[in-house]
Design a protein around this ligand. Sequence first.
Ligand code: SF4
Length: 582
Amino acid sequence: MLDFTTLPYVDDRFKAVRRETVQVRVGEALIGGNAPILVQSMTTTKPKDVDETVRQTLALAKAGCGLVRITTPTFADAAGLEDVMKRVRAAGCTVPVSADIHFQPKAAFEALKWVEKVRINPGNFVDTGILTLDQQTDKLFDEGKEKVAEAFTPFVQEAKRLGRAIRIGVNHGSLSARMIYRYGDTVEGMVESALEYLAVCEAEHFDQVVLSLKSSNPRVAIAAYRLLAARLKQENFKPYPFHVGVTEAGAGADGRLKSAAGIGALLLDGLADTIRVSLTEDPVAEVPVAQDLIEACELKADAPKFEVPVFKKDPYHYERRESSVVKIAGVEIGGSLPVKVGVKSDAASLTGERRGPEFALAGFDASAGANIVTFKDAMDVAGFAANSASVPAGSIFCYTGSDMVYGVRALASALAAADRKDPILLYAKIGSSDKDMLRVSADFGSLLTDGLGDAVVIDGYKGAKESVALAFDILQAAACRRSKTNFISCPGCGRTLYDIRTVLGKIKERFGHLQDISIAVMGCIVNGPGEMADADFGYVGGGPGRITLFEGKTAVKKNIPEENAIEELVNLLKEKGRWVEP
Ligand code: SF4
């Protein structure tokens, strides 16, 4: 097991600096090195639909997308990229294009001829899932390694010959049974999947490689990328750039918050070199969100230095920081209680409603009845680290300065060094812009993933009610606390078998009143079931005009006509006792 205290993923967890990486050229775009973080997106078409693929590619480039990815499900689609590229270039558009390949090594080879970059998925490039988990053995695991080298080496050689880049793109939902057999369904399995393919690239002295480890759970994605950075160092691989994303984030504000909680946290760790925000919306809508997120999470060269003991908390495996139970304005927080949401107001604003504020924070000073100790900068934190007895036990610790992620981490480290378990309040005073919303989700997402935070208060976002709603939504986005229906939905791509955006809207309308349930809406049966994470129920495209409904990972109603599918999902929930009339 990796020793995180001697092999950290960044040099300083209290002050992020962008990780130094190899620079990868993808046509006219550069990823990593000292290049700006590149925004990318994906068309929702197959290359065989040349007109629409070209139209979407041009629209994305015009919107500021620095790299366009195209689903390439078959060899014929890969061959179709030739026409797409001719038309895109004839239109005077120089945006680099990447082909997205699952299951089809032959299509990957063909795509190399026409586009600047090809993404392959180690979960299915060789390990096609023919063998189930219970059929795996140690011998097969080792033989599988040889098969990977055998199949992937010629592909790497061809990419090198043609001057193309490769993305080794692992998805949590499509880890091979072979990897799960060896490492479990874990971030270690995700990382080792990537490293196995990367070893083949290095054996061929090919370094034009970008790595990604995506998950629909921001907590998993954050841990996986951190562990990857650490393992690359440990195994003496070159520092390859990272393509960072959270899959199946959904749509609207929830999709943006979930993306920010995961991608934003990694931007704040200095680990992202190119990002894609996946939304179940028009792909063009992803571009400004990604741009805003990069801007909102820009690392400051003059960020303060926190002089505190080494932060020993494991960044690769989630565990909530142990804290004692303390009352804030008469309400208990900490211990194993859920992370509570407060409002910056007086007690009169407490309504007792679900998703209403659970405590009121009138102010920080003792006259407001609060036992909160605030730390406004690195000096305050260092002062506590030097003399922990200066703060009475049973206080609530709150960092209110700039660079919140590093400040709260530093505070937690100082508390740990003093063997103190006082709870931590995450407090953010923000404005009302989209960037403010994204940044606070990134800050809280990062800290909650570190297991830090016993209560949260957002102050100033539009109004008190909106601030409280935002806090609940971020807790849900960060996989920390569920307070409303959790919708997981893929962004749609060339494999999508129905009008996913319209259907998602209808499903949200029909099921949005359910409070403790997770529903996945996925475009295809090929990747959908694997990618829908831990959803309770799934609505998955089974074929043209056909939907397959899942309970967990099990298909329970197969290929039902699309026109009946939403009502069939209601019936399924009724059968399982999970339906409540609105
Ligand atoms: S689940 Fe299927 S349809 Fe949805 S984005 Fe993934 S491959 Fe495309």
